[in-house]
Every structure is written in structure tokens, then in C-alpha cells.
Write a protein that binds this ligand. Structure first.
Ligand code: CP
Ligand code: NVA
Length: 305
């Protein structure tokens, strides 16, 4: 049966570690995997802009011996020119996999339901599983483990935050989350992460002050205050998030040698200062690079013969 990657929540701890061990091999010896997806093709349906997700999937497919094609908002016009059902059924006759970046998470679910080929969520308003997998792989690379690392997430309880929560809970990473009131992560994600945490040892704590969340953290993580599709709320959000900036004061409160992470793109001067994103401990480009390696592992697992 075909498999999809729609959320981190669907993966077991073992499945995540299996992705990580294949990722490490691919990263170390990419040439050994130069033919594994020969003759296979991947459709990249993007209803929102992208640098990392688009380029890393495109190049990743090429490096695995396959090919990828970009289908931007003006080409497919998903749900407008054709229903999700008809797009899924048609593309399944041409390609061996589909990456979808869209707004409503239900669109990703529908695409996976109707497609006869694997569907990978390349970001929805609800989740960004490829990002969280790359983030946790990066943490494992830096610390040699995930368990009992403390990550402080400062800012918006958005798609990236939801996926991080699921991933951290599964791998025993402790989370300190600071968001303004009204911008908390998804309640069902928190509930299931807490239940998983009872097994994995991961503890999730919420703070209303960013500084309090940063104390004792090994990793400080943030994301934009207004995500793609929320541009109209940008001014209102700037006011709401003012006290939730990842700056040098927060870095000083974290553990010595704490790493700085950001999924990117960054709005410098808003959720993160130049000094912090360009400064000591920042691993944002290692994190961005790992998107490529992790996604190659996911592609091999889902689309390999
Ligand atoms: N982090 C991330 O997904 O970046 P893009 O929006 O550029 O793909
Ligand atoms: N939360 C951001 C992440 C971008 C990678 C957004 O959805 O725009």
C-alpha cells in the first residue's frame, strides 16, 4: 500500500529514527544513492511561495536520479480549474509522487486520499512535517542525541510549532513554549504530545514571558509572526508579538552554548535580531541544508522500489 507523509504525528518514534539513519547515510555518501529513483518523477504543487522546500525537493529528486516538476499557483489552479480529486487522479497516471504546499490542511488530506501515489505535505496552515524532521535531525547531529534536550520555542503557535511539538514529544525533547495569548499551538496537538510525553519523557511547559521560556534551554527556536496567508494581519501581529523576539537577552538567558534555530525565511528585526541569527550558536543554514538530506531519505522510503 502507498504511504504518505502528512504530519509528524502519523510517524512512530522508530519510523522517525529510520528516516534519520537513512538521512545520515545519504548525507555522508550521496553518490551511492545517485540512481535509486531513476525514471521516477515527483510533482511539486505549490500554492504558496517557497525557497527551501521547492529547491530541496527539486534538487533532491535530481540527485537521486529522478526528476521533479514545478506546478505553481497559476498552472494547476487546484480546486479552481479542477477539483483536488481530478488533479490527484490525473497526476497519479504521470508521476510517482506528489509534494503539496497549500493553505487548508484538509486539501493535503484530500490529495492523499485520492492520489494513488505517495503525497508529501510541503507545508499546510496546520503543519510542516519536513521542517520538523530536518530540525530534529539537526539537533541529533549537534548534540549526538535528542532525548532530554530542551528546546524553547518563542513566537507564533503555527504550523512549524505544531510539527515541532509532535516531533519533540516522540523523541523525548522537552519543550518550553512562549506565545502571546490567543496564538497558542493547536490544542489537539498539545493533548496528544502530552500523552506521548508520558512514554518518551518529553515535558511541555507553557510560558507567557519569552525570557522565562528561554531559561535553561539548549536550543532557541522561532518563526515569523505572520505566516504565508496571514499578510493582512501583519500589523496586528507585530503589536501582539513585540515581547516575543529572539534577541541577545534571550540568548543570554539560555544555557551556555545554546543553539539558535529558525525554519526561515526570517523577518530580521521582527521575530529575530540580526545579531542573534548571524551570531554565536546560530545553525539556521545547517538546518536549511538538512531539509535536502532528510527529504531525500523520505523520497527513497516512499518512492523507492
Ligand atoms: N522553511 C521553509 O519551508 O522554507 P520555504 O518556505 O522557503 O520553503
Ligand atoms: N510559518 C511559516 C513557515 C514558513 C516556512 C509560514 O507558514 O509561512
Amino acid at each position: 500500500m502507498k504511504k504518505d507523509l502528512l504530519t509528524v504525528g502519523q510517524l512512530s518514534k522508530q519510523e522517525i529514527y529510520d528516516i534519520f539513519s537513512l538521512t545520515a547515510k545519504i548525507k555522508k555518501t550521496p553518490h551511492k544513492y545517485g540512481n535509486v529513483l531513476r525514471g521516477r518523477s515527483l510533482a511539486l504543487i505549490f500554492q504558496k511561495p517557497s525557497n527551501r522546500t521547492y529547491v530541496s525537493f527539486y534538487v533532491g529528486m535530481f540527485q537521486l536520479g529522478g526528476t521533479a516538476l514545478y506546478l505553481g499557483p497559476d498552472q494547476i489552479k487546484l480546486g479552481e480549474r479542477e477539483t483536488v480529486h481530478d488533479v490527484a487522479k490525473t497526476l497519479s497516471r504521470y508521476v510517482n509522487g506528489i509534494v503539496l504546499r497549500t493553505f487548508a490542511h484538509q486539501t493535503v488530506i484530500d490529495m492523499a486520499r485520492y492520489a494513488d501515489v505517495p503525497v508529501i505535505n510541503g507545508l499546510s496552515d496546520f503543519s510542516h512535517p519536513c521542517q520538523a524532521l530536518a530540525d530534529l535531525f539537526t539537533i541529533k547531529e549537534k548534540f549526538g542525541k535528542c532525548k532530554d534536550i530542551t528546546l524553547a520555542y518563542i513566537g507564533d503557535g503555527n504550523n512549524v510549532c505544531n510539527s515541532l511539538i509532535s516531533a519533540c514529544a516522540k523523541l523525548g525533547v522537552h519543550l518550553n513554549i512562549a506565545t502571546p495569548r490567543g496564538y497558542e499551538p493547536d490544542a489537539s496537538v498539545i493533548k496528544s504530545a502530552r500523552a506521548i510525553g508520558l512514554q518518551s519523557g518529553s515535558v511541555i511547559r507553557f510560558f507567557d514571558k519569552a525570557l522565562a521560556a528561554a531559561r535553561g534551554a539548549d536550543v532557541l527556536y522561532t518563526d515569523v509572526w505572520a505566516s504565508m496567508g496571514q499578510e493582512k494581519e501583519a500589523q496586528k501581529r507585530k503589536r501582539a508579538f513585540k515581547a516575543f523576539q529572539l534577541n541577545s537577552e534571550l540568548r543570554a538567558a539560555a544555557n551556555k552554548g545554546a543553539y539558535i534555530m529558525h525554519c526561515l525565511p526570517a523577518h530580521r528585526g521582527e521575530e529575530i535580531t540580526d545579531e542573534v541569527i548571524d551570531g554565536k550558536g546560530s545553525i539556521v543554514f545547517d538546518e536549511a541544508e538538512n531539509r535536502l538530506h532528510v527529504q531525500k531519505a523520505v523520497l527513497v522510503q516512499l518512492m523507492g522500489r
